[in-house]
Design a protein around this ligand. Structure first.
Ligand SMILES: [Zn+2]
Length: 427
């Protein structure tokens, strides 16, 4: 059903890397086109209001369809993605190694909801995007209150699956699957924001969806405050010791055993990204950072539900001082690691095995065999028997910051590294 948009995904990542440095492996082994949750194929651009697939036109068509109780097919072709408690509806391909989103037509959606507590209305649907090739418009809808749906959809081998589980189950070399993950991430962020932005922060009045659910507005006639979806920017940085060719990795107490990662922290009001990198590094480790070089960014819609979507902004941060003084309230530990140690951590980690295990689990859930949603134990698969430490999987920007640095063959020392970071910033 979704092959129509898989071909429209440009391969910026791979092109950039080939142009960047054909002699070094860098990220080429990953075949990654975008970070997970980026590269959404149905919202590469917003259609003009006059186009039938635009949010404005689609909303008008939706109103007509909802009033007339239509028979399918409609034009544009409406597809709805249901969510339950933050989990998108998913199914599994017959080969069992790939999941897909459980898109329903508007008619199917209406039929499923007919006997449930949840009504289908224009305010319950949020516009996600469109594809021109098949004249389709995509919507998201929260059906958390409709408990009866779980069994009915289960009969069609559909299941509401945690987004984090789908994230781990996604084959990062599969552009179609990565596209589906990006759509699900955007939809979840939008619906979570709708759930948390029910009231106006200025006057306390109720908010109502506007522009096909792409923003909200206070219903108080004296206020009418416009409210837009929330994004929380976070800096994430690999701190590098140029002279000794080491990188700083840290552990938080919530991490699974032996996992180490980059430092990260929220940006404060009135602060630049570079200032946030320096402040957070100093606060958490006592290390002073000089030069800060942008790498790439990643939407992160799988954080706490109070933050519908974080934007992870990744940097290389070059240390001016090397002594570590860990803030034990923020971190469990932080240490300098040699390039060889980091490479080993990447080599021994069994990311592919973890992905296949997760994909098999999604298949079982969709077949109704497996009820469990928690895959935290499976993350341990990544660590492998031989690895004394490992870093987050390829679905996280931390992985790419770390592997970008570790896999750079030092051709011309520091200069090569800086060029790499600069070129990646074109993502
Ligand atoms: Zn208000």
């Amino acid at each position: 059903m979704l092959s129509c948009y898989s071909s429209s995904i440009p391969s910026f990542f791979s092109k950039t890397l080939i142009k960047l440095n054909p002699h070094t492996p860098l990220l080429c082994t990953m075949s990654l086109r975008f970070h997970a949750f980026a590269g959404n194929p149905i919202r590469s651009r917003t259609p003009r209001p006059s186009e039938p697939v635009s949010p404005q036109s689609a909303l008008q068509t939706l109103r007509t369809l909802l009033l007339s109780k239509p028979h399918e097919p409609s034009s544009p072709n409406f597809k709805v993605l249901l969510f339950r408690k933050g989990r998108p509806l998913a199914g599994s391909e017959t080969d069992g190694h790939r999941w897909h989103l459980g898109w329903l037509s508007l008619g199917e959606c209406r039929a499923f909801l007919e006997n449930s507590e949840v009504g289908l209305s224009e305010d319950s649907l949020a516009y996600l995007g469109c594809t021109y090739e098949d004249d389709a418009v995509y919507w998201a809808m929260d059906v958390s209150e409709a408990s009866v749906l779980v069994n009915e959809l289960g009969a069609r081998h559909f299941c509401f699956v945690e987004l984090r589980t789908l994230m781990v189950a996604t084959d990062w070399a599969d552009s179609k699957a990565m596209g589906e993950l990006a759509i699900a991430g955007h939809a979840r962020a939008l619906l979570e924001w709708h759930n948390t932005a029910r009231y106006c922060g200025y006057c306390g009045g109720k908010t109502v969806p506007m522009e096909a659910g792409r923003r909200k507005q206070c219903s108080n006639e004296l206020c009418k405050k416009r409210i837009y979806p929330r994004v929380d920017p976070v800096v994430i940085m690999l701190v590098i010791d140029k002279e000794n060719d080491r990188a700083l990795l840290s552990r938080q107490s919530r991490f699974v055993p032996r996992m180490w990662s980059c430092l990260a922290g929220f940006i404060e009001p009135g602060e630049s990204l570079e200032e946030a990198v320096r402040r957070e590094t100093w606060e958490e480790t006592g290390i002073e950072v000089g030069e800060v070089v942008y790498h790439s960014s990643q939407p992160w819609p799988v954080g706490p539900s109070s933050m519908p979507c974080q934007l992870m902004v990744g940097f290389f941060a070059y240390a001016k001082s090397l002594e570590i003084n860990v803030d034990k309230e923020e971190l469990e530990d932080a240490k300098w690691h040699s390039r060889e140690e980091v490479k080993k951590a990447l080599t021994f980690a069994e990311y592919e095995k973890a992905q296949k295990t997760a994909a098999a689990k999604v298949e079982q859930m969709c077949k109704g065999v497996e009820k469990g949603q928690n895959l935290s134990s499976d993350f341990n698969v990544e660590s492998g028997e031989l690895a004394p430490m490992f870093v987050p999987g390829p679905f996280a920007i931390a992985h790419h910051l770390i592997s970008s640095w570790a896999n750079q063959v030092v051709l011309n020392g520091v200069q090569t590294q800086k060029q790499a970071a600069g070129s990646l910033s074109s993502l």
